[in-house]
Ligand binder design. Structure first.
Ligand code: MG
Length: 410
């Protein structure tokens, strides 16, 4: 029975976004697995956590995924934080990759087999104004993508739009006016609905930028727009307010990318207060917990819409896809292709990512396809990864502020 011989984190930034990939090697020549452990804002801390897990894992049986997940989870005594969850996820996903290779099957087969041939995706159209958004929607529609996230304002999250007065001495940051954001977003989505009718399924991400009462009002005003879903209307700290939104309107609700702890998703799913679960699979600890919560959602009529932005490595996107293919309650998959807005260029995974990660999922006519290779079906070219070393960035977008200069979570 193969044993774990080495565990390490590989850092790479092909698109200038820091990615963390865990490689678990075994004592069987050529048998290894890859997992995503990307927490881009604190990538070095995750790499250190992976390094600290290695002595716990070396010499253990690779087949015992559940046992090893539970061991990693409890071994540090304190648990459910983003750094450790990502490190655990990296190892966990790599072990599933290894199990698939040992079985000679893709991971979706280990999960029960395909419920569908490919996963429908949604892409992001952000534009500085209605005209630019319209152009981008046309471009997506021409390539078969109908599910489109509509965000107005150059920086997509309603941020940086504020140019009004601030108190003297206000600190630097990304300023925005939540109520102006709300009015602009409604107007923009109304415009898109008017221009495209039902050809576009509109999605929108509030990114928790409203007060709780305004979030209820916003969701209610979105009702007539017939959104596919409204995402992160509330911050995780105020999830009790979802009950108020539910009472006020029928807008479908999506939530979860910031969740770390089962106490966050259990009440929302079991009380049917959301329609789509959107956890970031590495943030919740990997495939082992994600597949359990996917099944829980199936039982309560909540669909999956796993988080799939640019700060998920292609290994993580591939994992999302395997779960999408095997889940009867799959809803939609967020995906991050080469957003270069060139109408003549086919949408797909960025070329630099394809160079570093052979076997990337393929996007065709709005659907994402996996290959049928054993395991996750994706590899990592370490010499190509080394061409794109990680970079230290001090994020600005998470230093968001209200017009009076006070901090507000982005
Ligand atoms: Mg989001």
């Amino acid at each position: 029975m193969p044993k774990i011989s080495r565990v390490r984190a590989i850092l790479t930034a092909p698109q200038k976004t820091n990615l963390v990939v865990v490689k678990v090697e075994t004592d069987q020549p050529g048998l290894y697995g890859l997992g995503c452990a990307t927490f881009t804002q604190r990538f070095r801390a995750v790499a250190t956590a992976v390094e600290q897990l290695e002595p716990l894992l070396v010499g253990r049986d690779v087949e015992r995924i559940e046992e090893l997940w539970q061991l990693m989870y409890q071994h540090s005594y304190w648990r459910n934080g983003p750094v450790l969850n990502n490190a655990i996820a990296g190892v966990d996903i790599a072990l599933w990759d290894i199990k698939g290779k040992m079985a000679g099957m893709p991971v979706y087969q280990l999960l029960g087999g395909k419920c569908r041939e490919a996963a429908a995706v949604y892409l992001h159209a952000q534009g500085r104004d209605e005209k630019q958004l319209e152009e981008r929607c046309h471009m997506f529609l021409e390539q078969g993508v109908h599910h489109i996230r509509i965000q107005c304002g150059e920086f997509a999250y309603g941020g940086r739009d504020y140019s009004g007065h601030r108190p003297d001495g206000s600190l630097p940051g990304v300023y925005y006016d939540p109520r102006a954001y709300m009015r602009l977003s409604l107007k923009t989505m109304e415009h898109i609905r008017k221009v495209f009718g039902d050809r576009v399924e509109i999605l929108h991400d509030v990114h928790e930028r409203l007060s709780c009462a305004d979030a209820v009002d916003f969701a209610k005003q979105c009702e007539s727009l017939r959104l596919f879903f409204l995402e992160d209307a509330l911050p995780p700290e105020n999830i009790d307010w979802f009950a108020n939104i539910r009472q006020a309107c029928t807008t479908p609700l999506a939530m979860g990318e910031l969740f770390n702890n089962p106490r966050e998703w259990i009440p929302l799913i079991s009380q049917r207060l959301i329609d789509f679960m959107r956890m970031h699979i590495t943030q919740m600890g990997g495939l082992t917990p994600a597949r359990k919560v996917a099944v829980m959602g199936e039982l309560f009529g909540v669909r999956t819409a796993w988080h799939g932005p640019g700060d998920v490595s292609p290994v993580g996107h591939m994992l999302n896809l395997h779960l999408d293919l095997a889940s009867p309650n799959f809803g939609i998959q967020e995906f991050s292709p080469n957003y270069n807005w060139d109408p003549d260029k086919k949408l797909g995974m960025d070329e630099r990512l394809q160079e570093v990660f052979p076997g990337c999922p393929e996007l065709r006519n709005g659907y994402l396809y996996a290959n049928d290779n054993p395991g996750l079906g994706i590899d990592l070219d370490e010499s190509a990864a080394a061409k794109y070393p990680p970079i230290d960035i001090l994020d600005e977008w998470t230093q968001s502020r209200l017009p009076d200069g006070s901090l507000h979570r982005p």
